[in-house]
Design a protein around this ligand. Structure first.
Ligand code: DGJ
Length: 729
């Protein structure tokens, strides 16, 4: 049983982890434990009672030392009733008061995993894989209810949380803050890890010791954003890739978020993750409810490596959906860096011809095929084919490409509108904005008001018309600016703060409609590279363009950081031209392939300009990826050398599920003199004998894990080594 309830104590067992809470004497829900798996159920002794704490108020019905809401570990902390730390929930009642006090009323334990209406969430196809705990709390003063939802993945070491706020009263209330995860830890000897970045430099790893007070990350961009990822981890000070405690939380959401760690005066830490608070409020009329998005909690006693592999498995098996969940992703060539806006059907056909000859499986036509778009200053919203570029429309081109044996994919940026477009002339009211206030512009474009049903209907019809007009098997869904002056003409003033969340709900609704209408379509998420790389998008788009920076050496950092949370199957990575268009760096073709094969593999260059030697290398890369893609896509991922820590190298490995095939990749992002280097591998079968497919050398798994591969050699700038090890039968 994944969920136990005994003597007022709940224990949730997920993989090697346990999570425990209890119903307090005054019926508040108190947190007891989160960490490595426990066998005992009688965990009441873990109740954290601080003997004295002056200025910490006591509840009228429980005037006993230690029982102040301010000093107890709370499961879902409330505002204004004695817990002075940041609260998980704040409701303004009809009389204008914001005190909230939620007490246990009832609970249900159900087989399978809960779903959230209109929101992405992890799921269990087989009811036996997960269990759900629903705990209902109620505020005796307002009657407002909070239904806490817990999903327990029995074999995975992941616990999910979400919350539904219900207003059964006869008066209107306003939700002012609601966090999906609130985790109180009775310790503060921890570091905070987050993923920061900017355009072309996404998901750098930041690590800092936490200190008294509050610290954290957030987004107010209307998207999860390039700047911070909706992920936070607290880890023991000595935690590394293979050991140490890590308490991690990831938000299954693509809009504004807030993640914080607050250390109080008594050495306790509160982790909160949920909807950003300053630009959010939600009116609940009598009888209405509000569901906050899902947060995933992962505890690992095996450092960051263990944490990542749990996230990877969970996201691969229980978040990504549909036809492309397990199917091998097509090796594609995208024309963006090959042609930018300057293409026509002949140029595309020439690239496709070479692609077919080289074994590439899909041509993706990027930005510039619609309206009058020849640069980024016009036409977003006018989703009709530019027949000056593509004579006769899409169908003849797609047919031609298909006849060459290639699939065809297309680019859209559905949420945007150019001021210079037919759509903007016809429907200026569809632009997100505030009447009387100017609109900020970014990349010459505005944002559509995705909270409006008429906007979504228009977009669905326009996209469906294009997708039905030819055999289109893939869509790259781009999003190239963040939200400003966020207002909707349809929202009354008291609901003004709902716009950011309503925008994301609208986006999800459109994605869901598309998923239902075109179940075989492969969607790739994108936002100026990886500006919306989050679990919410992964629910709809099994892969996401990781960064507009395609320089292989830069990608070592970006892909390393991304892999902390996201599986390689979701990390789109392409071989591009050298010198790299963004950085000017020259990197060997082989290395560009090694790095791109760390994710969902493809090309992003003009194949017609390749030399014969490069063409031969493409054939080799394609053959290698076809053979080993399953290991990369479904295997376990181990970060072996972090480029953030080593001055010269990055290394990682993919280990097949049965541990019989191992692909080790080592790349020098900078020249390295010969030095002693033994690369210890992880996750192998210690007894098996592995053969190096290149050199024929034979090693025992235990030797490779204890003594390592000998990399004592010089590495030229940008040089790479890839070793394939296969276990002997
Ligand atoms: C930003 C994306 O990240 C690029 O790959 C490309 O699709 C451009 N947009 C097109 O405008």
């Amino acid at each position: 049983m994944a969920i136990l309830f005994e003597n007022g104590i709940f224990r949730l067992d997920a993989g090697e982890t346990s999570y425990a809470m209890m119903i307090g004497e005054d019926r508040t829900l108190l947190h007891l434990y989160y960490g490595a798996r426990l066998a005992d159920s009688d965990l009441g002794y873990l109740l954290y009672l601080l003997p004295t704490a002056s200025f910490s108020a006591l509840r009228a019905e429980l005037v006993r030392p230690g029982h102040s809401p301010d000093t107890l570990l709370q499961e879902f902390s409330c505002n204004g009733t004695g817990d002075f730390r940041a609260s998980a929930c704040q409701i303004r009642d009809a009389d204008g008061h914001s005190a909230t006090d939620l007490r246990y009323v009832s609970h249900r334990i159900l087989p399978g995993k809960y779903a959230l209406p209109g929101l992405p969430a992890t799921y269990a196809e087989d009811e036996r894989d997960a269990a759900t705990l629903e705990i209902t709390l109620e505020d005796p003063h307002t009657g407002l209810r909070a239904v806490l939802l817990y999903g327990v993945f029995e074999h995975l070491g992941a616990v999910t949380r979400a919350v539904r706020l219900e207003n059964p009263s006869s008066r209107t209330v306003t939700v002012e803050r609601v966090f999906s995860a609130c985790l109180d830890l009775p310790r503060c000897d921890l570091d905070l890890v987050s993923l920061w970045g900017h355009w072309s430099c996404e998901r750098n790893v930041a690590r800092r010791p936490i200190d008294r007070g509050s610290q954290g990350v957030s987004s107010k961009r209307g998207a999860s954003g390039h700047a911070e990822n909706p992920f936070i981890a607290l880890c023991s000070r000595n935690a590394d890739e293979t050991s140490g405690d890590v308490y991690a939380a990831s938000f299954v959401y693509s809009g504004n978020f807030e993640a914080s760690a607050e250390v109080d005066s008594y050495g306790m830490t509160r982790l909160l993750l949920g909807l950003e608070t300053t630009d959010f409020a939600w009116t609940l009329e009598p009888g209405e409810s509000f569901t906050a998005p899902e947060a995933v909690l992962v505890y690992s006693a095996e450092g960051f490596g263990g944490m990542s592999r749990t996230f990877h498995r969970l996201f691969r098996q229980h978040l990504v959906r549909g036809a492309w969940k397990t199917k091998r992703r097509p090796i594609l060539v995208n024309n963006w860096e090959a042609t930018y806006f300057d293409f026509d059907e002949e140029k595309l056909a020439a690239i496709a011809r070479d692609a077919a000859d080289l074994g590439i499986e899909m041509l993706v036509m990027d930005d510039g095929w619609f309206g009058a778009r020849n640069d980024d200053t016009s036409s977003l919203g006018d989703w009709t084919v530019n027949e000056e570029k593509l004579r006769g429309g899409l169908a003849p081109l797609v047919r031609r490409v298909n006849e060459m044996g290639l699939k065809f994919g297309i680019w859209f940026e559905p949420e945007m509108i150019s001021p210079v477009s037919r759509l903007c002339e016809t429907h200026p009211e569809w632009v997100l904005g505030i009447p009387g206030r100017g609109k900020s512009i970014a990349r010459s474009q505005y944002v559509l008001d995705m909270s409006r049903a008429d906007v979504r209907d228009y977009l669905f019809d326009a996209m469906a018309a294009i997708l039905s007009s030819a055999n289109i098997e893939y869509v790259k869904w781009d999003f190239n600016r963040n939200l400003t002056e966020a207002g909707s003409l349809l929202l009354p003033p008291e609901r003004g703060k709902e716009i950011f969340h309503r925008y994301v709900l609208g986006l999800y609704e459109l994605l869901e409609r598309l998923h239902t209408a075109f179940p075989e379509l492969l969607l790739e998420g994108c936002s100026g590279g990886g500006g919306r790389f989050d679990p919410g998008m992964l629910y709809y788009t099994p892969q996401i363009w990781t960064s507009d920076n395609t320089d292989a050496c830069e990608r070592l950092f970006i892909q390393h950081g991304t892999s902390l949370v996201y599986p390689p199957s979701s990390i789109s990575a392409h071989v591009s031209a050298t010198p790299n268009h963004r950085t000017g760096r020259e990197t060997p073709f082989v290395t560009r392939g090694v790095v791109a094969m760390g994710g969902a593999f493809g090309y992003e260059l003009d194949l017609t300009k390749l030399t014969d030697e490069e063409r031969a290398l493409v054939r080799e890369q394609v053959a290698f990826y076809r053979k080993y893609c399953g290991v990369v896509q479904n295997g376990d991922y181990y970060r072996l050398i972090s480029p953030f820590e080593d001055r010269n190298l990055a290394a990682w490995s993919s280990v097949s599920e049965d541990r019989r095939t191992v692909i080790v990749s080592v790349v020098a992002y900078r020249f390295r003199y010969p030095r002693a280097e033994f690369l210890r591998l992880c996750g192998l079968d210690p007894e098996a004998v592995y053969v190096d497919r290149g050199s024929g050398a034979r090693y025992r798994g235990s030797t490779l894990m204890r003594a390592g591969l000998n990399l004592t050699r010089e590495f030229r700038d940008g040089e790479s080594v890839r070793i394939v090890l296969e276990a002997e039968a």
